[in-house]
Design a protein around this ligand. Structure first.
Ligand code: KG4
Ligand code: ZN
Length: 335
């Protein structure tokens, strides 16, 4: 079965053609990073306008050499995400589904991320999924494609957001994650001792917090005279950010006894995080990292996940109104 997927929930405009949820036959990703750099973050109005400008050109490039008749269904990320951006991808996909008389499959953007490592692996269930991106920091118990439970979430900033904000404080540019990772390579990660997230009291055993870490960097920086030891600061911050993910993940692993872990989202590209996760392998854990090229937003994961929803017919029942942040995540509010 051949599905055309569309992703436009934030600042990546992407289309892909995927066969049977596994084979990526065609894939285009247009990143708007350059347009948002001057603002050190994504500007929703700029994002949606540029999806509008780019999407048909990307559709033509993605479908070059394909007969539209061979496409069996059209899928789009319908949320969570930026509403103006979601509308462009969703309505493009719906218009195509109408014109081609093919099913339209709405896909939850987080479920699409959770699918990414399944594109090239057969991953056993149940597994624990660590979602770490610019907008989300989540721990899921995934019992099947249909059954997933949020175990932990951030109570304030997402981890990627913290990388971006710290990079901004240091005037390093946007997006912060890859820049901090690069600078950290030559740094002493014990230069500063920074907080490693929420203390392990029972109600926060699986939850994350990144605003305290960000604030700690802010105050330590304020007390320092320039020129700043950028590499050491980046390394210290990166260590604290990664270790606070690991601390909560390990709590979940200990409590659930589950031995299979997947990692998804932009921050899952982080080499320090990957190295730390790989240390778990000697203790019998199986780690499925998302391929680097697919950690960020992309349409292959949307078309892949849509295949599952089509096969089990669940797409007909899916509500596709999760436009804002993921359910159960609101600032300062625990589950
Ligand atoms: O998943 P993503 O592309 O977009 C969403 O937020 O949905 O994630 C983007 C985030 C940004 O905050 C970026 O700084 C971070 O992922 N990021 C990284 C790395 N690459 C991207 N953070 C840490 N290390 C990286 N190598
Ligand atoms: Zn995403």
């Amino acid at each position: 079965m051949i599905i055309l997927g569309v992703e436009s929930s934030c600042d990546e405009c992407s289309l892909a053609i995927v066969e049977d949820g596994k084979n990526i036959l065609s894939h285009q990703i247009y990143s708007q990073i350059e347009l948002h750099k001057p603002f050190s973050g994504v500007v929703p109005e700029i994002a949606s306008r540029n999806h509008l400008i780019k999407i048909l050109e990307l559709f033509k490039q993605t479908t070059l050499g394909f007969s539209l008749k061979d496409i069996d269904a059209i899928a789009a990320s319908t949320g969570p995400g930026l509403i103006g951006s979601l509308v462009i991808g969703t309505m493009t996909a719906k218009a195509l589904s109408y014109a081609l008389n093919k099913a339209f499959i709405p896909v939850d953007h987080i479920e699409a991320h959770l699918y990414t490592p399944h594109l090239n692996n057969d991953i056993p269930f149940p597994h624990i999924a660590l979602v770490c991106s610019g907008g989300h920091t989540l721990l899921f118990l995934v019992e099947s494609f249909e059954k997933k439970t949020i175990l932990g979430t951030t109570i304030d900033d997402a981890i990627g957001e913290a990388f971006d904000k710290v990079a901004k404080m240091l005037n390093l540019g946007y997006p912060g994650g890859p820049i901090i990772q690069k600078n950290a390579l030559n740094g002493d990660e014990n230069f500063w001792k920074l907080p490693h997230g929420l203390a392990d009291n029972p109600k926060d055993r699986y939850h994350f917090s990144y605003s305290g870490l960000k604030t700690a960097v802010y105050y330590k920086l304020r007390d320092l005279d320039p020129p700043y030891p950028i590499a050491d600061i980046c390394a210290s911050f990166q260590k604290a950010a990664v270790m606070s993910l690991l601390k909560k993940l390990k709590n979940v692993l200990q409590d659930t006894k589950i031995k299979t872990i997947i990692t998804v989202g932009g921050v899952a590209a982080n080499i320090r995080l990957r190295a730390e996760l790989d240390k778990l392998i000697v203790s019998g854990y199986q780690i499925f990292h998302t391929p680097l090229a697919l950690c960020g937003d992309n349409a292959a994961m949307v078309a892949g996940r849509a295949y599952i929803d089509y096969q089990n017919n669940s797409y007909k029942k899916k509500s596709w109104d999760s436009y804002a942040r993921y359910p159960l995540i609101s600032k300062g509010k625990r589950l």
